[in-house]
Ligand binder design. Sequence first.
Ligand code: 1PZ
Length: 214
Amino acid sequence: AMAESTSTPPLTEIVEAFEELGKILQSHSHNSQRKQHQTLRLDTFSQASTLVSILFSCLGLAFKFAEMEYVSKVKDLVDASRTYDTLESLIDYDVANGTVKSPGSHSRNLRRVRQGLDLIRALFEQFLSTDDYSLRQAASTAYAKVCAPYHSWAIRTAVAAGMYALPSRDQLLVNLEETHQSAEKKMKRYIQASRPVIEYIDRLYLSKNITLDW
Ligand code: 1PZ
């Protein structure tokens, strides 16, 4: 047993939660004959998404505004889970009301949270692609691919400035309570586990004729 820390490292909790979501999606697609009717409960999904906010404290103070944005969107989904059982029923409600893309709607917040989860996936991918990348380079590339196309000029400028305040690769690992080896394993597991969840959410919108260009 370790003397310094008895808590679970943040990446472990996140990875395990998303692997659980993956299992749920897989089991449902197997037992319903052919029709691939998958179901994800909103409470399960929003709880897993809540865990991700731990990462912000590992990235330093630069992204305080991003943290507040992300946390408020996830909180909205957590609150909505008292009313809606599944991600699909939440979207159905906004489709019926014509509020899918309305500012502050649950469906819009779900889309934002999905982008946050995808951003982390892309960041880990960049982080692992080469040791020569600083965290700033990895995060800039990930952000440019996943979020920048949907963000305003003002936000993109603020994010670009914040990138300079990111910690070094080694400092990030210290903050995450990981070694190079342990972080690599867990980041790969998150990349794998988050992909089906992200694709599932995208398919939900597409199945209701909602485009993904926003
Ligand atoms: C993985 C971390 C990479 C390192 C740094 C990358 C920082 C990205 C910062 C993104 C800032 C986004 C700030 C505000 C965006 C808003 O325009 C939208 C508004 O949505 P609206 O209210 O109009 O519907 N908000 C969002 O998109 C929600 C927040 C997204 C933040 C994602 C970060 C997730 C990363 C978590 C890991 C630390």
